[in-house]
Design a binder for this molecule. Structure first.
Ligand code: NCD
Length: 304
């Protein structure tokens, strides 16, 4: 792997994903000095808990220091600073930049202004590539692999950037089938369906969850992305569309695994958390190891 920047899952290769999963596995429980003397900037211009804190934990565990904008209200972005100026400045301070931004395409825009290691931590409803890498790593660990598995995305497949990024990565493997379960208004964008058609990966779109439960190996549950809706009325019509309860989980295979990028609102009831099928918090933990693998390797490729 020779990349130094990651803005989308669309240009990841199977070799890179396999390599990063091996690297993440090696990071479990480790503290290293791979990034000793380096400064990592985490610019979060949209809310975050797991992504920012796991990137920062990963940085500390690799021996780096961290500078952060955790709230756009406290930065010059609130004074109307354009992205180009923010990036041109931060790249003078930090050795590695991690950015989350509300606008689609902002990560591509940002890398016009820096050659330094850069990681997209979410650009609007578009992409969240580091999440999809920790997701695929979690599927591999929890279900023993990706090939031959039936994976179901449930919820807001229109605005859920984690769904979009993971769909790209699944296309590098040979899943048996991908099932997209959503209300009609929140279907996955057509370009992802076209891509699955081109790659010859079996897929299906439906609104009904329960009848699909017996064939699913991995559920990828998502939150309805309230902040992306034009109005609260529209959101209120669709909230609560799907709720996973122990009763529904029991309709599935015993080996079923449930992933969720979190935050959860009401789409998985808390009594599912103690079932062995629920992998959400193990998934969150895996985020630290995958981000350690990414920070270490993107940095090593740049600072040779
Ligand atoms: C996701 C995101 O920000 O896209 N969260 C995360 O990074 N773990 C999912 C979400 O906000 O629903």
């Amino acid at each position: 792997m020779d990349r130094t920047q990651l803005t989308t899952s669309a240009d990841l290769t199977r070799e890179e994903v396999d390599f990063l999963m091996e690297e993440a596995e090696k990071m479990r429980g480790k503290n290293t000095d791979d990034l000793k003397g380096k400064v990592v900037a985490t610019l979060f211009l949209e809310p975050s808990t797991r992504t920012r804190l796991s990137f920062e934990t990963a940085s500390h565990r690799l021996g780096a220091s961290v500078i952060t904008i955790a709230d756009p209200k406290t930065s010059s972005v609130a004074k109307g600073e354009i992205l180009a100026d923010t990036i041109r400045t931060v790249e003078k301070y930090a050795d590695i930049i991690v950015m989350r931004h509300p606008e689609v395409g902002s990560a591509e825009e940002a890398i016009k202004y820096t050659k330094k290691p850069f990681l997209n931590a979410g650009d609007g409803a578009n992409q969240h590539p580091t999440q999809s890498l920790l997701d695929i790593y979690t599927i591999k660990r929890e279900s023993g692999g990706i090939d031959g598995k039936t994976i179901a995305f449930i919820g807001d497949l229109k605005y859920g950037r984690t769904v979009h990024s993971l769909t790209y990565i699944l296309c590098l493997y040979n899943p048996t089938k991908i099932i997209f379960i959503s209300p009609n208004e929140l279907k996955v964008p057509e370009k992802y369906i076209k891509m699955l058609e081109e790659k010859g990966i079996k897929h299906e779109e439906t609104a009904s969850l329960e009848e699909k439960m017996p064939e699913i190996d991995v559920i990828y549950m998502t939150r309805i992305q309230r902040e992306r809706f034009e109005s609260d009325d529209e959101y209120n019509k669709l909230k609560g569309s799907y709720v996973l309860t122990p009763e529904i989980v029991k309709m599935g295979k015993e080996s079923l695994r449930i992933l969720h990028p979190l935050p959860r609102v009401d789409e998985i009831t808390p009594d599912v958390d103690d079932m062995p099928q629920s992998a959400c918090f193990r998934q969150a933990e895996n985020g630290v190891y995958m981000r350690m693998a990414l920070l270490k390797n993107l940095s090593a490729n740049y600072y040779k």
